[in-house]
Ligand binder design. Structure first.
Ligand code: NAP
Length: 487
């Protein structure tokens, strides 16, 4: 980039080459910032879509919404396209925007320290970099949660976490156990039930499930999208509006929309599960959408398949030959899949981050992660997060969230470029007010109506955005500079 007189030539590090890191790189380039490196610890881009390759993986946000608004595509194969297709989409968009020269694969940032107005970075291989601005695009559901179950390490068969699927392990005709009943497990069960010899689904907590068909897009549909690209933009906006309705409903547990959604879930259970005993074991004892809602075209059908068994007796321990439940029964298995979720409060950790005056992220987040508007942390100047703590996650398009966040960040960065200030981070007071308001609003949400979920922090308070999406959109429109400390 050619810098105009009086402007600062800024260097950036983007950490992570997943959906939001790619977005940041594209948007920086468009804004004329070309001095940046995207550090990625893996050997390919794609983030969650690179890591999760389990059978049945797809995104339950419609593909025409789960797309960058500036790179809509007529080519999606179905309403909820499979994971590999989504990963290929990110690879294609990154390539089309010429990002390759900026991507550094196999380099994990292990430390970021703010010294004399710049961020000093270190990678696992000992490389160093010095930048003005850090964009942490490290993802939310990234660190596997490995359950602390006695004997897990003594299992003689194959075992792996859902996000580390071992494709060398044959499942056809095998006795497969799946622990967990979240969105991941439900997709896996639907995809493998008719391939395995026997499937044991270990359910600790039942889930409400919304039935969603997944129609394919035919050649005609795709040709029509190609002929009239405005259809794609309209579809993207319509879907975004529909998700806005859902987003409004979940933050008001008493809303009529919430009640309607509960009815839909209940009807799905009543109408689809034929055996009354199984139906009761699948019936949650909390309200729909309290946990992240599970969307599936076929879960109830799959669990009624002759190969499938729903196990609701608690797990006592894992033994060399299988899983022993508390009723004393040994469920003999060849493969044990841990669809047990993620450590949702890790964010960019274990990366060591040291901000102004030597304050560490560990100290700043000693109680729990928090960030002003999910983007900036007091004492960590020029360090911005995409999809950081307390943002809108869940049944939303995280792409839309990241696009809004990055447009906001760019406005701050512009001010750094023109020299309005050299350092900026949220003020402690602004974070405190945001936290107070967030905790108050959280009380009304469906997430606090009595269930355990990854949305909740150690106090049982939802760690996610507790207001309608419109409020998020409005907050992201323009930074309130009075909420920041600058130098
Ligand atoms: P999850 O929703 O956190 O579910 C983890 C499951 O493992 C739960 O059923 C949990 O039971 C169970 N579990 C954890 N520890 C256990 C233990 N020690 N013993 C027995 N059961 C245990 O994880 P996930 O299914 O991977 O999904 C995480 C999130 O990823 C989703 O909520 C969603 O946001 C996202 N996701 C999205 C899609 C998509 O299509 N967009 C697909 C997959 C995932 P409890 O319920 O009792 O805790």
């Amino acid at each position: 980039m050619t810098t105009k007189p009086g402007e600062r030539a800024l260097r950036f590090a983007i950490i992570g080459a997943g959906m939001s890191g790619i977005l940041a790189a594209i948007k920086l380039t468009e804004a004329g910032f070309t001095d940046y490196t995207v550090y990625e610890k893996a050997d390919r881009l794609g983030g969650t879509w690179r890591e999760n390759t389990y059978p049945g993986i797809s995104c339950d946000v419609p593909s025409h919404l789960y797309s960058y608004s500036f790179a809509l595509t007529p080519d999606w194969s179905s309403r909820y396209s499979p994971g590999a297709e989504i990963n290929a989409y990110f690879e294609r968009v990154a390539h089309d925007h010429g990002l390759e020269p900026h991507l550094r694969f196999g380099e994990e940032i292990t430390r970021c320290e703010f010294v004399n107005g710049r961020w000093h970075l270190e990678t696992g291989s000992g490389e160093r970099d010095e930048v003005d601005v850090v964009i942490a695009a490290t993802g939310v559901l990234h660190h596997p949660n490995i359950p602390d179950i006695e004997g897990l390490d003594r299992f003689k068969g194959a075992t792996f976490h859902s996000s580390r699927w071992d494709h060398d392990v044959g499942i056809d005709g095998a006795r497969v156990g799946v622990i967990g009943t979240g969105s991941t497990a439900v997709q896996i069960v639907g995809a493998i039930v008719d391939r395995v010899g026997h499937l044991s689904l270990f359910q600790r907590t039942a889930q409400w499930v919304v039935q969603q068909e997944n129609p394919p897009y035919g050649d005609e549909d795709k040709a029509e999208f190609r002929r009239q690209p405005a259809l794609l933009t309209d579809l993207h906006s319509d879907l975004s509006r529909q998700f806005g309705v859902f987003a409004r409903a979940v933050v008001d547990a008493d809303s009529p929309e919430m009640k309607m959604l509960e009815e839909v879930c209940r009807a799905n259970l009543e109408d689809t599960v034929r055996d009354p005993e199984l139906r009761e074991r699948l019936r949650p004892n909390y309200r729909a959408a309290c946990k992240r809602l599970v969307v599936s075209p076929n879960f109830y059908e799959a669990i009624q398949h002759p190969n499938a068994e729903l196990v609701t007796d608690g797990i006592e321990r894992v033994e060399p030959n299988g899983v022993r439940t508390r009723d004393g029964r040994l469920h003999e298995l060849d493969v044990l899949v841990l669809a047990t979720g993620f450590k949702a409060d890790a964010f960019m950790r274990p990366m060591g981050v040291v901000g102004d005056d030597g304050v560490t992220l560990e100290r700043a987040w000693a109680n729990r992660p928090s960030a002003y508007l999910s983007i900036t942390i007091p004492g960590f100047p020029n360090f911005f997060m995409l999809n950081g703590p307390n943002g809108p996650v869940g049944n939303f398009s995280l792409i839309e969230v990241a696009e809004l966040q990055f447009a906001y960040i760019l406005q701050l960065v512009e001010r750094l470029r023109v020299g309005e200030f050299t350092e900026i981070s949220a003020s402690p007071g602004a974070l405190e007010s945001f936290e107070d308001a967030r905790l108050e609003a959280a009380k009304k949400t469906i997430w606090m109506t009595g269930c355990r979920s990854w949305y909740l922090d150690d106090r049982g308070v939802p760690a996610v955005w507790p207001w309608p999406f419109e409020r998020f959109r409005a907050e992201m429109r323009e930074p309130k500079l009075e909420d920041f400390e600058t130098r």
